[in-house]
Design a protein around this ligand. Structure first.
Ligand code: SAH
Length: 354
């Protein structure tokens, strides 16, 4: 009889109930090992031993939103706010380019001082100075017209985690002015505008059970993103969720394996949050099916201030140290960090008029 893993490996879609059953089976003997074995084989087939690197530039921690889990939420008066200037961002890119990065990820809070025009000018200047690099934006929710403008300015990819695919759970994590409907509408807009799009959820966020995770997996199955960012929820001491337990390594790794089997060519990072809950979290993520790492390129002076959660790793390391540390870590498990844009395989790009 075909098991659920067999059906997943064969590219079949599973129902919500089947996803729940699969999640529920993770402590059964041998299941996790079998999942990772298959996930690694699929990743090997499409990407070999390559691990793609993205240089992460956390360019502002000012944010107009008030997400209950996030350390840079607007109500956190203890956060020391900063914004990098354009010159500082270019200097990060320059350093990153020299270190072999060919993707820059510009991530930040929803900062009203970074207007659509200013973001566009930044993106087009980066693309002009480093034409062989991809630019990924991770700056939250914008009207469709702004996303279109970012695309015209040359942005290649966009990361917007959906956080949870369950509307009631979304309300538990966010203030009333934010909605899952709006988040999803943004994701579909981004896809239609020809971005390589990333969504994803926190693992173990307050109120999340296997039922919510099954909804997340169903959503990924229908949305078919090019990238999926998942990491454990980690409490931040100045947020309403300060006393909530963190998500676990074990569940995050299991989900990475499932996502690799469901979306064989997906760009799947072993995230900083995963590296923050376990000293070998990122290596274990790769060994569960991930194929991307996103080391930090932000100036060391601001690293501590981009504190979405507590105990974040690498806040004291220069970009070059992070780069070399990561290559060594990957080499130690038999993987190779590569210098390339690392696009989604056979990505068609966007039409000229979009
Ligand atoms: N403002 C942007 C970027 C958000 S920060 C946006 O809205 O997309 C990137 C991601 O960090 C978030 O999507 C969230 O999933 C994650 N994050 C925030 N707080 C976290 C916490 N306490 N633990 C783990 N991950 C967290």
């Amino acid at each position: 009889m075909k098991t659920l893993l067999d059906r997943l490996s064969a590219g079949e879609a599973l129902t919500g109930q089947e996803w729940r059953a699969l999640l529920g089976s993770r402590r059964a003997p041998g299941i996790t090992q079998e999942l990772f074995r298959r996930a690694v084989a699929v990743r090997q087939e499409h990407f070999g031993r390559a691990v793609y690197l993205r240089g992460l530039i956390e360019f502002t921690n000012c944010c107009k939103n008030d997400c209950y889990y996030c350390g840079i939420r607007r109500s956190n008066a203890a956060a020391q706010r900063y914004r990098l200037t354009e010159a500082e961002i270019f200097s990060c890119c320059q350093q990153g380019y020299a270190l072999g990065y060919r993707t820059f990820v510009l991530q930040g809070g929803e900062d009203p001082l970074w207007t659509r025009e200013r973001v566009c000018a930044l993106v087009s200047q980066i693309k002009e100075r480093w034409p062989d690099c991809a630019v990924t934006l991770s700056i939250g929710e914008w009207p469709r017209e702004s996303y279109r403008a970012f695309a015209r300015a040359g942005a290649d990819r966009y990361l917007l985690r959906h956080e949870t695919a369950c509307a009631a759970h979304y309300r538990r994590l966010h203030p009333p002015e934010l909605s899952l409907r709006r988040r999803m509408a943004c994701l579909w807009d981004l896809k239609e505008l020809g971005f390589q799009v990333g969504c994803g959820m926190m693992v173990g966020s307050p109120g999340q059970t296997e039922a919510e995770l099954a909804e997340d997996l169903l959503f990924l199955q229908s949305f078919r993103p090019h990238m999926v960012g998942i990491g454990p929820f980690i409490p931040q001491h100045d947020t309403p969720f300060r006393d909530e337990p963190a998500g676990t390594l074990e569940l995050t790794l299991f989900l990475l394996g499932l996502i690799r089997l469901m979306l064989p060519q997906v760009l799947l990072p072993a995230t900083t949050a995963l590296g923050s809950i376990h000293p070998r979290g990122r290596e274990l993520g790769i060994l569960a099916g991930a194929n991307v790492c996103m080391p930090n390129l932000s100036p060391v002076a601001v690293r501590e201030k981009y504190s979405l959660y507590d105990n974040k790793i690498c806040t004291g390391d220069e970009a070059a140290e992070c780069r070399h540390c990561l290559s060594a870590r990957m080499a130690a498990i038999g993987y190779e960090t590569v210098v390339s844009r690392g696009d989604y395989p056979n990505f068609q790009g966007r039409k000229k008029d979009e």
